[in-house]
Design a protein around this ligand. Sequence first.
Ligand SMILES: C[S@@+](CC[C@H](N)C(=O)[O-])C[C@H]1O[C@@H](n2cnc3c(N)ncnc32)[C@H](O)[C@@H]1O
Length: 241
Amino acid sequence: MTESAGLWETREIADKYLSGVRGAIPLAAEQIEVMLRLVRAAGIKVNSILDVGCGDGVLAAAVLENYPGSRAVLLDISEPMIGAARERLSIYNNMDYIVCDYGDKDWVSRVEHGAPFDVIVSGFSIHHQPDARKYELYEEFFNLLDAGGLFINIEQVSSPTRWIGSIFDDLFIDSLYRMYLKRGDKIAREQVADEWFNRPDIEANIPAPVEKQCEWLRRIGYQDVDCYFKLFELAVFGGRK
Ligand SMILES: C[S@@+](CC[C@H](N)C(=O)[O-])C[C@H]1O[C@@H](n2cnc3c(N)ncnc32)[C@H](O)[C@@H]1O
């Protein structure tokens, strides 16, 4: 199991992410809009969805709102996250929630019953894996997709230089700070910055350049590969089978 995976299993970290960081991701709604636009444009019948590292199922929820009749498989290593997803998506019937570590290749056997998938999504999760495993995962997704199906990764990618990375840090700290102020929390920006630079999963993040990851997808055989959206370290990229 990867180091980050263990982290996410604690309720405290899951809650901190869901009640704080997720809501402060700059342009999060726009990222989801880009994802939905790609799904619509693919012109496929969306019967089956897989959300990998689903958290509370925010991405699957967005797809299901538009394709409510679909079957969805949501997978996460964290019990508290899967619990939050179950709650969020309780209005849908055709759901399968799986607690599993996708760092281990056996994960595929846990979701194969739902394949082939029309849409595979993942949000801010795969950057916890080493690059070699990221590549394998993208291959595994390709094999699980139906012809014409889409893989979309809304993901933290690496900054090309530390200077660019520092602009991203500032952007995120400002966004977190604004969110806390809006909620009425009494907190100084310095404290928000301190929490940001000492967040528990920081050591476990292994973001890779988006160009490199798009190149991997092309090599695997995905079509129409692109980084469809990028704001510093926040990217939406993927491709079609
Ligand atoms: C930053 S959260 C993102 C959650 C959600 N996808 C979103 O967009 O808000 C990362 C999620 O990936 C999950 N995760 C991390 N490593 C994992 C692994 N090896 N196997 C399965 N899930 C993993 C965590 O438990 C957590 O729910």
